[in-house]
Design a protein around this ligand. Structure first.
Ligand code: ZN
Length: 282
């Protein structure tokens, strides 16, 4: 039956981007930036600084884990949730002080927060970019350095797949909720929005890795992709940074010290203000 085939197609489109809850459906039907993309003249006259005069680019910084979920724990007991919060705060302070970017935090204290709530906060803030900060552990203590993840349909390698499984365990997200199926046109708009969002995330990932290179230790093949639920907002470009490995003694020491954290925040602040102030996000 044809209607059945169409229904299946719609479901695949939706499943591709939407797995953080049916509540997102209404928000993604006509996302703001897709409407803007449809009117080239309006975009070109808006000029540098965004479509809305005077509105700075908004970065939502998400410190991974929190509360009852400590994330990775280093050999000396350093907890990922504490590292991510400290670096996220330092980064937000630097960006807000620069006056070029408005930076906000999904959580500013030690609390548990579901992944869907983190994405929701980014949407409420109308974030141009969602940046989730983590510092993972690896089975091999030698693994160290910085890497940046975009969303993958299926994780790019077993290492990335294992990482994604651990991160997504936080609140059990993963399956698409499709009880509200929108009309055909919504599926097409949705697909366009998702495509545009994923392209912007890939651009941001490349820019961040390029900016970090030579200034912080990089993991080999630092541009990675994995099926992280935090990256699944269909309308907000999202990347996840692993700023190091707490399972590596050198990274744990670096990320446990104020100096090491400040260095990460300084490098990222420079990279992100250039990125968000640039043409691509305006
Ligand atoms: Zn993590």
């Amino acid at each position: 039956m044809e209607w059945r085939a169409e229904g299946m197609k719609r479901r695949r489109l939706l499943a591709r981007g939407l797995s953080v809850g049916a509540g997102l459906t209404a928000a993604v039907l006509m996302p703001q930036r897709v409407r803007a993309a449809g009117s080239g003249a309006a975009k070109s006259t808006a000029g540098k600084g965004g479509g809305e005069r005077g509105r700075r680019p908004v970065l939502m910084i998400d410190p991974g884990h929190g509360g009852a979920d400590p994330g990775a724990i280093g050999p000396t007991g350093l907890q990922e949730k504490e590292v991510t919060l400290a670096v996220a705060r330092a980064l937000a302070n630097r960006l807000n002080a620069s006056g070029q970017v408005t930076a906000a935090l999904t959580r500013s204290d030690d609390r548990f927060m579901e992944l869907a709530e983190r994405v929701h906060r980014a949407r409420v803030a109308q974030a141009h970019l969602l940046l989730s900060i983590h510092a993972d552990s690896a089975p091999t203590p030698a693994a160290r350095g910085f890497s940046a993840y975009t969303l993958a349909e299926s994780a790019s390698d077993p290492f990335a797949a294992a990482l994604a499984r651990r991160e997504n365990l936080a609140d059990g997200l993963g399956g698409a909720r499709l009880e509200e199926t929108p009309p055909e046109v919504a599926a097409i708009l949705f697909d366009l929005a998702v495509h545009r969002t994923r392209s912007a995330a890939a651009y941001a990932q490349a820019a961040v890795v390029r900016g970090v290179d030579g200034r912080l230790p990089l993991l080999e093949r630092p541009k990675r992709s994995a099926n992280f639920a935090i990256l699944k907002a269909p309308d907000i470009p999202s990347i996840l940074l692993e700023i190091g490995f707490l399972s590596n003694a050198s990274d744990e020491r670096r990320l446990g010290e104020a100096e090491g954290r400040a260095q990460v925040a300084e490098v990222l602040a420079g990279v992100l203000s250039r990125l968000l102030d640039g043409e691509f996000f305006n």
